[in-house]
Write a protein that binds this ligand. Sequence first.
Ligand code: PAJ
Length: 279
Amino acid sequence: MQTCRTITEMRAALRAVTGRKIGFVPTMGALHEGHLSLVRAAKTQSDFVVVSIFVNPTQFGPNEDLARYPRPFEQDCGLLEKEGVDTLFVPPVEQMYPPGAVTYVTVEELSGKLDGKSRPSHFRGVATVVSKLFHIVQPDLAFFGQKDAAQVAVIRRMVRDLDMPVRIVVCPIVREPDGLAMSSRNAYLTAQERSTALALSRSLQQVRSVFDKGERRAAVLVAAGKQVIQAEPGARLDYYEAVDPDSLDPVREIAGPTLVAVAAYVGATRLIDNTTLGI
Ligand code: PAJ
């Protein structure tokens, strides 16, 4: 596996790759099975796999966890090497944001929904860095996890609106055996919080079971999910919504594919999870 630390190096490495389908997996590192599932999908669907590890400062709010975000770089390299990744791109911050960088990509409207409500500049940071990474790597396919469903909607819209020549492939949520969605942020949880965190996936199972009994009113389904979170003393609800997966607008009735998404704080850690109904 070749490791590139500058944009120039990355571009030079890709010049040698002609006529092959490039698959790209952008990450912030602290890799787990969720990330690796994207890498495996990229391996299967493309001929040359590029992974990036970049803890992107512009997608963190001022009081968020940028400074303490886990960075187990050696361990990440070992995992990617084992998966047969061709090139790892690990730019330092100054490469991605040279002094005086003031240009951003904003996916209007979508960026203020779901996570964007409580993290106002988050999706602007995500869209900006993903668009920069796409320009550098120029992938044919790029792989994202359904775990971050709002991020998927933002990226898809950006790619469509700006005519970026890349196909977005979305992979299913990878969970721990007890249902907790894998996340780099799970590392922050104490043993007690780890068990409280199960309320998120449990609440979604509750929503699904009410849906399976025939309920189609979004308000009733969301209330059933909220109740599970609110019954958990260590959890604080951020949002619980049933929305259209593309527009992220709330729906009243489940008539087609509907994203049911939850975000909650467990201690100081903000966790998200979701499920799709009606498919
Ligand atoms: P990060 O949180 O590192 O996630 C990288 C990719 O892994 C994302 O597409 C995310 O949805 C996916 N992923 C994370 N946990 C997953 C799980 N349990 N199952 C399946 N996929 C999972 O998302 C980001 O980084 C950043 O916002 C990024 C896109 C890299 C831009 O900075």
